[in-house]
Ligand binder design. Structure first.
Ligand code: 4AD
Ligand code: MG
Length: 447
């Protein structure tokens, strides 16, 4: 009996018989030959049926297999540079084929272009397509590389709660639910506050889980449910935080290149752009970024684009501003020291400039914008209490959080990275909804 192998292992089996288990993705018939493009979860490979090698019944069956039929194929592996597939370059000469189930003929996701709404309604099937498979393979590698870097650099993974008693990232994006006799509970917008408790026991921690924002904004960068990675570090200031971010992002990019080049090539990604992602990343202050925008606006000749770059000190950057800034660099760029008014309540004020905070956003090139947001946290009990009162946050819900500043408070920092934004950037795709298996947006909770 030949070994059951996966498409990723194929190069080790040249000249040998193997068993593949998968699905018929596409079929082309040319006289005595039937070419199947078969996917097995790990890749796509061409399997060729030659009439002369098979019984007439089997050849007849193969040359009529509908798309998505599940099959078990036995055949001989050979190298052929022209063979399509992901990674491609190999094919299997079919010796036997067993049908597990003949797929019904009305498969909705035929291999033509579908409108995006139709594709999203059929997301459970769209996932099988090469492009979607490639993107989600990159996503899995982004997540694995992230954990790998943190685990080998002294971080402990913690799980923070999804049901929480209060807002942490502003009250406008809260998902609310009734919580028995306790009143209202909210789906977590961040695990950060809990990680601030965790560092006082574990030093360096991270959480990696689903995060919820009732985002009213309908943009290509926003989901209502996304996966955020949040490291938090004791005895760490803003400079130390930027070092952690750039090392981790460098590692992610390098591992994506190492492990996912076939997927990236299929997606048409310019891999040289990813090779550039190496620490150190440039660091500019919000003030300097504001000046840069003013100069770019000055130089801009297209009146429409000029209008989009309108800017006053104190506002948060919009997508056009972020794009303009990042276009000045060929790497991700850190922008630090935003006005406190546009950032969350917990950020440490800039020494001597209370209107500015020790925040930092990491902006990705090629128009991808903010991929990480972080800060040094307020470490003084007095300042934090004053801020909570000023923002009229429910003091009772933050009692435990304030207490962290009473017993061995230290400077500490952390950031959050949006998995789908990083994945979209690595893949070079337009919209982050394709960077998660079942996207949730204001207009979609199905399927
Ligand atoms: O900048 P944000 O809102 O920061 C926080 O939530 C902090 N508490 C994180 C921390 O310091 N521990 O979100 C962090 C990142 C953003 O840079 C972005 O990549 C992603 O999370 N993100 C979203 N991704 C998709 N859809 C949304 N609606 C997102 N909101 C934030
Ligand atoms: Mg942010």
């Amino acid at each position: 009996m030949a070994d059951h192998i996966s498409v990723t292992q194929i190069s080790n089996y040249i000249g040998q018989d193997v068993v593949l288990k998968g699905w018929v993705y596409n079929r082309t018939d040319k006289g005595k030959l039937s070419f199947l493009l078969v996917r097995d979860g790990t890749g796509f490979i061409q399997c060729v049926a030659f009439k002369g090698d098979l019984t007439p019944e089997l050849f007849e069956t193969i040359s009529h297999l509908p798309q998505e039929t599940s099959v078990i194929i036995t055949g001989a592996v050979r190298e052929d540079k022209r063979a399509p597939g992901i990674p491609g370059g190999f094919e299997v000469g079919i010796k036997d084929l067993q049908v597990v189930q003949v797929a019904e003929l009305d498969y909705p996701m035929s291999l033509k272009d579908h409108g995006v709404d139709f594709a999203l309604d059929n997301r459970h099937l769209w996932l099988r397509m090469q492009s979607q498979w490639a993107i989600l393979r990159v996503r899995a590698t982004v997540m694995a590389a992230t954990r790998e870097w943190l685990d080998t650099n002294g971080f402990t993974e913690m799980s923070t709660p999804i049901l929480t008693p209060a807002a942490a990232e502003g009250t406008t994006t809260l998902f609310e639910t009734e919580y028995f006799d306790e009143g209202k509970a909210y789906l977590a917008q961040t695990g950060q506050l809990y990680n601030e408790a965790n560092i006082f026991s574990f030093g360096k921690v991270y959480c990696y889980g689903p995060t919820f924002r009732a985002e009213k904004s309908k943009t290509r960068r926003h989901l209502t449910e996304f996966w955020m990675l949040e490291p938090e570090i004791a005895f760490c200031d803003l400079d130390g935080l930027m070092e952690v971010e750039e090392q981790m992002i460098t590692h992610i990019a390098q591992r994506v290149i190492r492990d996912r080049t076939p997927e990236l090539k299929f997606l048409g990604r310019d891999i040289s752009k990813l090779e550039n992602i190496k620490a150190p990343f440039p660091r500019i202050s919000y003030d300097d970024a504001a000046k840069m925008i003013a100069e770019l606006r000055e130089k801009e000749t297209d009146p429409e684009k000029k209008a989009l770059l309108a800017f006053d000190w104190g506002i948060d950057f919009g997508a056009p501003h972020e794009t303009a800034i990042t276009q000045q660099f060929d790497k991700p760029v850190f922008v630090y020291g935003y006005p406190s008014a546009v950032k969350a309540f917990y950020m440490e004020p800039w020494p001597g400039r209370p209107e500015v905070c020790k925040s930092v956003d990491l902006l990705a090139p090629e128009g991808y914008g903010e991929i990480c947001g972080g800060s040094e946290r307020m470490s003084s009990h007095e300042n934090l209490l004053a801020r909570i009162r000023k923002e009229k946050l429910p003091e009772e819900a933050f009692k435990w959080y304030l207490e962290l500043r009473k017993y061995g408070s230290v400077p500490h920092s952390g950031f959050g990275m949006g998995t789908e934004r990083v994945t979209a950037w690595m893949c070079g795709i337009e919209h982050i909804r394709e960077a998660i298996a079942f996207p949730r947006t204001i207009k979609r909770v199905y399927p």
